[in-house]
Design a protein around this ligand. Structure first.
Ligand code: NI
Length: 302
């Protein structure tokens, strides 16, 4: 379950989200000199970088950061130059819906990422094991889906640690990513979580709003087909039956467009191996500091 709009995220997130501009001209095919990640599905091509204003290379005042800037720790999408996306499913595992989804993914050879609730992972460990056995990625979505941004640090660490252990116990694989419930997380918390767990914060750039009534197959399908672009991280929830029902046509239509599917970790790796984009110099106008106003915590929509 998530808050309904990226507008909320834009308020809460300190790092601005920057849409990836379309290249002005068609990109040339990959050259032999371009490094190709070893664990990508066959056929995924890595092409020459296009200039992209990467949020992690720009400070809050718009001034480019020095080259020694810290590695990126928040991802709403990835900067890639091939037709790849990451499907993500939150709030499971669910004892019926998740296995149904796994059947659909397996039939099509598609890998996805599952942001699991620790309490549910401890309740249905066999489903977690199946997710991993079939080549998908498991990630941490806290123990019981409370809002981390209003929580004391020790409680945040407990939420993540208990879930980390539950997933590891269920499938033998430790998660390496987390997503905060509702996308609600403070910058200081993101840094602390990276230090303690080495988890980057994973958000999304395509929100199916599949948790929100009225739920429908068409809403999930149409949102994904309309909004997905190269490097997208797509938010779905495998606890809702309509979302699962939407998947066969959604997956087939994406495949028909030539779309390929990576786990979130694979997508991040692909971005890291994509040649860095040049940083655009700022305009010669004085930088204006952002207002020092902390947005009020938004009420979870569900
Ligand atoms: Ni959630």
């Amino acid at each position: 379950m998530t808050l309904s709009s990226l507008a909320f995220l834009a308020l809460l997130e300190i790092t601005p989200q920057t849409p990836v501009p379309a290249p002005a001209t068609a990109e040339p095919a990959a050259t032999a000199a371009t490094p190709v990640p070893s664990d990508l599905p066959p056929g995924v091509k890595v092409m020459k970088a296009i200039p992209v204003e990467d949020p992690t290379t720009i400070n809050l005042d718009g001034v480019p950061k020095a080259k020694s800037a810290a590695p990126r720790i928040v991802f709403s999408q990835c900067r890639v130059n091939s037709n790849v996306i990451a499907l993500t499913f939150d709030d499971g595992p669910h004892p019926q819906n998740t296995p149904r989804l796994l059947d659909m993914l397996k039939e099509r050879g598609i890998k996805a990422t599952f942001f699991l609730i620790g309490k549910s992972a401890a309740t249905w460990p066999a489903v977690v094991k199946r997710i991993v056995d079939e080549g998908h990625e498991v990630a941490n979505h806290t123990w019981d889906h409370k809002q981390l941004s209003i929580m004391a640090e020790k409680k945040v660490m407990d939420e993540l640690q208990k879930t980390h252990s539950a997933i590891l116990n269920a499938c033998g694989v430790a998660p390496s990513l987390y997503r905060p419930p509702y996308g609600a997380i403070k910058l200081t918390q993101k840094k602390t979580i990276m230090e303690h767990f080495h988890y980057p914060t994973i958000l999304w750039d395509v929100d199916t709003l599949d948790w929100k009534s009225p739920r429908s197959i068409a809403k999930v399908h149409d949102t994904i087909l309309k909004e997905a672009k190269p490097g997208s991280i797509i938010l779905c929830h495998d606890i809702h039956v309509e979302t699962i029902d939407a998947m066969p046509t959604t997956l087939d239509d994406l495949k028909a467009r030539g779309c390929q599917f990576l786990t979130v970790s694979q997508l991040i790796k692909l971005e890291a191996e994509t040649p860095a984009a040049p940083v655009v110099a700022p305009a010669a106008t004085p930088a204006v500091a952002p207002p020092a106003v902390e947005p009020a915590p938004a009420k979870p929509a569900e």
